[in-house]
Design a protein around this ligand. Structure first.
Ligand SMILES: Cc1ncc(COP(=O)(O)O)c(C=O)c1O
Length: 335
């Protein structure tokens, strides 16, 4: 929903470019280097979307026929299932994790179930922050124990860190401290960070070399991509510090929603996502969404239940917009 800021557009217009499919785009290279350094990884690869970043990681980590342990509401399970199962031939070994956050006991059970079904697990996937659980953040000790357990089993961990920036803004934990518990990490420059396009995967140099080859076969090789990388670079350098404002506004939304009869806020809100439940069926939820949209407020349906909806704060939503959203939600619920 974000729009590039004037400063971001200027950075795009002035970007130095080359042919990135030959590794010759200096702006893409700079973005990849800065991203890898922030995440404490040897290398990073610019990709067109978060979905492609996750799928490239899955394709490098796994072989067809292998299973992936992940939460049932993870983006990879909800939106990317066809790509991962039909195109890459993997099997989703989903678990119903509290707030979408895996723990070693759940992972162990999953490995046992897979083994009984004759499936070898090739990857453990964690989503940090967890989109459908109101942007829940993995507590570090939990992440550490999952990584240790996976290491003991000789299985890599991939982190879908589409909103890892928000986890860091909410906790003060450096990006690299979260990232060190995963072999590979995907981050998005679009979404809350405000770039119009783009994500990255980061990991060991050898992993990224294979990811680069996979990106080509996925059709994700881009030529003068520096124009896009410049927007991403601008977002990384200038939009991370302000994420705490999004979090404060999401908390204000959640507190106000909680005071509206007929609305239940589903989780504690620590980052930029509020998931709430109207308690009714999909048709009444959709009528509600249309009513708030008529007042200029965009909310989306959410996973978790028929009455669930989601509100996301970002750099184009200021305090006045939050108050307008609260008024619109209150009046739509009433009607
Ligand atoms: C947690 C998570 N992972 C991955 C993605 C995919 O990103 P993209 O839309 O850039 O493909 C999303 C998109 O919303 C997401 O929420």
């Amino acid at each position: 929903m974000t729009r590039p800021t004037p400063a971001m557009r200027r950075a795009m217009a002035e970007a130095e470019v080359g042919d990135d499919t030959y590794g010759e785009d200096p702006t893409v290279r700079l973005l990849e280097e800065e991203t890898a350094a922030l995440l404490g990884k040897e290398a990073a690869l610019f990709v067109p979307s978060g979905c492609m970043g996750n799928q490239i990681a899955v394709s490098v980590h796994t072989r067809p026929g292998q299973g992936i342990v992940l939460d049932h509401l993870a983006h990879v399970a909800m939106v990317e299932a066809r790509a991962v199962t039909e195109f890459l031939g993997c099997r989703l070994q989903t678990v119903d994790a509290e707030r979408g956050l895996l723990d070693p006991a759940l992972v162990a059970r999953s490995f046992e179930e897979a083994s009984r079904a004759g499936v070898t697990i090739g990857l453990v996937e964690v989503e940090n922050t967890h989109n459908w659980s109101s942007g829940a953040v993995y507590p570090l000790p939990l992440l550490e124990s999952i990584a240790k357990d996976a290491r003991g089993r000789g299985v890599p961990v991939h982190m879908d860190g589409a909103r890892l920036w928000n986890a860091t803004a909410a906790t003060g934990t450096p990006l690299k401290t979260f990232a060190e518990h995963a072999h590979s990490v995907m981050v998005c420059y679009s979404k809350g960070l405000g770039a119009p396009v783009g994500s990255a995967v980061a990991g060991p140099r050898e992993f990224i070399a294979r990811a680069r080859a996979a990106r080509k076969t996925f059709g994700g090789g881009m030529r003068q991509a520096g124009i896009l990388a410049a927007a991403a670079l601008h977002a990384v350098r200038h939009h991370r510090d302000r994420l705490v404002e999004d979090h404060r506004r999401a908390k204000r939304l959640a507190d106000a929603f909680a005071g509206i009869p007929g609305v239940r806020v589903c989780h504690e809100v620590r980052t930029n996502i509020v998931v709430a439940d109207l308690g009714g069926d999909e048709a009444s939820r959709d009528a509600f969404l249309r009513a708030v949209e008529a007042n200029g407020v965009l909310l989306s349906p959410a996973a978790g239940g028929p009455g669930y909806f989601r509100a996301v704060t970002h750099l184009d939503v200021d305090d006045a917009a939050i108050e307008r959203a609260i008024t619109a939600v209150r009046s739509a619920v009433r009607s």
